[in-house]
Design a protein around this ligand. Structure first.
Ligand code: SF4
Ligand code: SF4
Length: 670
C-alpha cells in the first residue's frame, strides 16, 4: 500500500530536538505577531465589520483569484507561484501532522495512505516546484531587473534566499527518501520533481538521508520564525486587512464630527494614535510591491510624493507609540497628492493611501499649516462659497444669451442642472455648460438651474483638508436641494458628481445624480436626442479619475464619442480605470506646480502620441490641466481639447444648414 513513514530514520532523541526547535520557531514567530498586534491597538477602535458574504467574496477575489496581483504579468505569476506553493505545502504539512498525532488514537497509517497519499504526493510535488520557480523568479527580479519601486531591502533578499534553500532542500530530501526507501521508490512517479533528484542519489545511506533532513528542517523552521519580521508579514495580515476592509467605497472620505473633536481635542491624523486599528494593521499588510508608486502621477512628475514610502514611514512610526507625530510625512509629499486614487486601485492589499493623506491634511489645515494659493482658495470658499472668490450674482453670466430657466419652488422639472463653480466662472468650463444646455434644449428636456443659489459642493475643501468647511457647504446645499422639485440632478463635473452622489448621503442628502455624459447617453438611447454621426476628425478620450476610476463610468462617454464621429475612437493606453491623472484633483487645481513638474505633461505626451486631432474630456478641471499641458507640449500643432458635449454640439451643427450670408456692398456687381 502506498504510504510513507513519518520521521523515517530519525531517532527518538532527534525527534525531541526537532520538537524543541519547532517550539522555539513558533515562539519567535508568535512573539513577532503579538508585538505587531500590540502596535495596532495603539489606534482608535477597529471599525465595525458587517456584510460578511461580500467580504468573503472580496477575499476570495484578491487572495485566490489574485485579482489585482495578476494585473502585472511577471510579478503576478511570480506571486501566484509563491503564494499557492506555500499555501499547499502548509496544508500538506498539516495533513502529515494529523496523520502522525491521529495515529495515537487510530493506529499507524490511518489517513496518509493509498490513493489519498498519492494524490497528496503529486500535488505537493508540483506546488513545491511552483514555489521553487516562483522564488527563483523573485530573486531574478530583485537582483537582475531591479525595478526601482521594489526597493533593495537586504532582509527581503535574505528571506527569499532562505525560502529558496528550504524548498530546494525539501526536494533533495524527497529525492533521498525515494533513493533509500524501496516502498517510496515503487511510487516515485507521483513525485516527478523529487524523482529527478533521486536519480542522482542512488546508493546513498540512511545516514545521508538524516543529514539532509537536518539541513532542511532548520531552514523551514527559520522561514516560519522570520515571517513576522519583514514584508512577509503580509502573508497573514493582508487577508485580515482585506476581509475587514472599510465599507466606504473608493473616494468617499469619513466625516469628522464635533463630538470626535471634543473627545480627542484635534481634527485629523496628527499622531499615530489618531489612526484606527484597521489602518495601523493595514500598514503591516503592505507587501512593499511598489505598485502604488509606479502609478502615482505626482511621483512620475518628479515630485517627492511616494505613496509606498508614506505607508512604510508610518509603519516604522508605529513602533514609537500612539503619540508619534505624523510630521514624518513632509508637507511637500502631502500636498502633492492629486487624490487620483490610482494607488488605491492598484494596491493588492487594499490599503487606503488617500484616507491617510487627506487625514493628515485635515490635521495640518486645522493647525493653520496650509499657506499659499490653496489657503486662499479655502478662504474664498468660506467667504464667497466658491474657490474663485467671485460673487454669486455672477454665477449665471455664462448664460446671458441663453434662455435658461431658474428653479422655482412650485414647479417640478425633469432634471436640475448643477452647473458647478467651474461651469459658472471658468471660461473653458462655461463653454461646456453652454453646450450641455443647448443639447438639453434640443432634446426638449424640462430642466432648471439654481443660479445664484448654487454654491460649491465643498469637494475642494474636503480634499484639501477643511472638513468642517466642506460640511457647512454640503449642509447648505442639501437644504437648498431638498426644497427643489427635481427628479434627478446632472452635473458636468465628476467631482461635483462624486461628492453629491456618494458623500452627501453622509449628511442626509440622497439624490439621483448623473454625470452629463450618462444623461446624454440616456437621451440618445431613448431617442429623445439625435446626434448625427458627422465629425470627421480623429478623437481620443481622457478619462477623468473621479468618473472612470472612482465611479466606474467609462462606457457612456465612449458611446457618445462613437455616435458623433465617423472615425472610431483612438484610445490611449492608460484609459478607463487605469487612467492617468491630469493633476488637478485633491485641490491641486489651486496649488502651484513648477512648469516641468505638472502631472498633466506626461498625460499630454500620451494623448498627443495617439495622433488624434481632438482630445475629448469630461471634466472642467481636466479641460484646463490637459489643455494647458497639451499646449505646452504640442505647441502650434497641438490637438484641440473639447468636452464631449461640445463635440456633440459640433456634430449637430455640422449638419445644420447655415443661414445664407447677408449681402454686403463689398463684392456686389454694379
Ligand atoms: S492618490 Fe494619486 S497622487 Fe495621491 S498618492 Fe495616490 S497615486 Fe499618488
Ligand atoms: S501600499 Fe499596496 S501597492 Fe503600495 S507597496 Fe504596499 S502593498 Fe504595494
Amino acid at each position: 500500500m502506498p504510504t510513507r513513514t513519518i520521521f523515517f530514520h530519525i531517532s527518538p532523541t532527534m525527534q525531541v530536538v526537532f520538537y524543541l526547535l519547532s517550539l522555539l520557531s513558533l515562539i519567535v514567530c508568535g512573539w513577532g505577531f503579538v508585538r505587531r498586534m500590540k502596535l495596532w491597538r495603539n489606534g482608535l477602535p477597529f471599525p465595525k465589520v458587517t456584510d460578511w458574504p461580500k467580504r468573503i467574496k472580496s477575499l476570495a477575489d484578491q487572495m485566490f483569484a489574485h485579482r489585482r496581483i495578476r494585473r502585472r504579468s511577471y510579478a503576478g505569476k511570480m506571486h501566484a507561484l509563491i503564494f499557492f506553493g506555500m499555501f499547499v505545502l502548509f496544508i500538506g504539512t498539516n495533513i502529515v501532522a494529523v496523520e502522525h498525532y491521529g495515529a495515537l488514537i487510530f493506529g499507524e497509517h490511518w489517513l496518509y495512505k493509498g490513493s489519498f497519499y498519492l494524490l497528496c504526493k503529486i500535488t505537493l510535488d508540483l506546488f513545491g516546484a511552483g514555489l521553487l520557480i516562483g522564488t527563483a523568479l523573485a530573486l531574478i527580479r530583485r537582483y537582475v531587473f531591479k525595478p526601482p519601486s521594489l526597493g533593495q531591502n537586504t532582509m527581503d533578499g535574505a528571506f527569499l534566499l532562505l525560502l529558496f534553500a528550504a524548498t530546494l532542500t525539501g526536494f533533495l530530501l524527497e529525492g533521498a527518501g525515494i533513493a533509500v526507501d524501496p516502498k517510496r521508490l515503487a511510487f516515485a512517479g507521483f513525485s516527478p520533481v523529487g524523482s529527478l533528484f533521486s536519480n542522482e542519489m542512488h546508493g546513498i545511506t540512511t545516514g545521508t538521508y538524516a543529514l539532509i533532513w537536518w539541513i532542511h528542517i532548520p531552514l523551514v523552521l527559520s522561514v516560519i520564525a522570520a515571517l513576522p519580521y519583514g514584508r512577509w508579514l503580509h502573508l497573514f495580515v493582508a487577508p485580515i486587512t482585506i476581509i475587514t476592509q472599510p465599507d466606504r467605497s473608493m473616494g468617499v472620505l469619513e466625516p469628522v464630527t464635533m463630538a470626535q473633536v471634543e473627545e480627542t481635542g484635534r481634527v485629523g491624523l496628527g499622531n499615530i494614535g489618531d489612526l484606527n486599528s484597521w489602518e495601523l494593521m493595514s500598514f503591516d499588510g503592505c507587501m512593499e510591491c511598489g505598485r502604488c508608486t509606479d502609478v502615482c502621477p505626482a511621483n512620475a512628475a518628479g515630485k517627492q510624493l511616494n505613496p509606498k514610502n508614506i505607508i512604510l514611514d508610518l509603519r516604522k512610526l508605529m513602533a514609537h507609540g500612539a503619540s508619534a507625530s505624523t510630521d514624518v510625512i513632509s508637507d511637500e509629499s502631502l500636498w502633492a497628492c492629486t487624490n487620483c486614487h490610482a494607488c488605491v486601485r492598484e494596491c493588492p492589499t487594499l490599503i487606503r493611501h488617500v484616507d491617510i493623506i487627506d487625514g493628515i491634511r485635515r490635521f495640518r489645515v486645522a493647525e493653520g499649516r496650509l499657506f499659499g494659493p490653496a489657503a486662499t482658495a479655502l478662504r474664498q470658499l468660506s467667504s464667497r462659497e466658491n474657490p474663485w472668490g467671485l460673487p454669486a450674482s455672477q454665477r449665471l453670466d455664462w448664460a446671458k444669451d441663453l434662455d435658461i430657466p431658474l428653479v422655482q419652488a412650485d414647479t417640478e422639472v425633469e432634471v436640475l442642472f448643477w452647473i458647478g463653480c467651474a461651469g459658472a466662472f471658468e471660461p473653458r468650463a462655461q463653454k461646456t455648460v453652454r453646450a450641455i444646455t443647448q443639447l438639453l434644449q434640443k432634446a426638449n428636456v424640462s430642466f432648471a438651474v439654481l443660479g445664484p443659489k448654487e454654491r460649491c459642493t465643498g469637494d475642494p475643501a474636503r480634499r484639501i483638508g477643511d472638513e468642517f468647511l466642506f460640511q457647512q457647504l454640503a449642509e447648505a446645499n442639501i437644504s437648498t436641494l431638498n426644497g427643489v422639485k427635481a427628479k434627478r440632478i446632472i452635473t458636468q463635473c465628476p467631482h461635483c458628481f462624486h461628492t453629491m452622489k456618494n458623500e452627501y448621503p453622509q449628511f442626509g442628502g440622497n439624490y439621483e445624480v448623473l454625470h452629463h455624459t450618462q444623461y446624454l447617453n440616456e437621451l440618445i438611447a431613448e431617442g429623445r436626442l439625435k446626434i448625427p454621426k458627422s465629425l470627421n476628425d480623429s478623437v481620443t478620450y481622457h478619462d477623468p479619475c473621479f468618473l472612470a476610476r472612482v465611479n466606474g463610468e467609462t462606457e457612456a462617454p465612449r458611446n457618445l464619442l462613437n455616435s458623433t464621429s465617423l472615425i472610431p475612437l483612438t484610445e490611449v493606453d492608460r484609459r478607463e480605470s487605469k487612467t492617468f491623472c491630469c493633476g488637478a484633483g485633491g485641490g491641486r487645481m489651486w496649488m502651484d506646480d513648477s512648469p516641468n513638474e505638472r502631472p498633466g505633461l506626461k498625460r499630454a505626451e500620451e494623448l498627443i502620441a495617439t495622433g488624434a486631432k481632438t482630445v475629448a474630456v469630461g471634466c472642467p478641471f481636466c479641460k484646463v490641466m490637459v489643455g494647458d499641458s497639451i499646449a505646452q507640449v504640442g505647441g502650434e500643432t497641438a490637438p484641440q481639447v473639447l468636452d464631449i458635449a461640445e463635440l456633440m454640439l459640433k456634430a449637430v451643427q455640422a449638419l445644420t444648414p447655415r443661414p445664407p450670408l447677408p449681402k454686403t456692398g463689398a463684392g456686389e456687381l454694379e
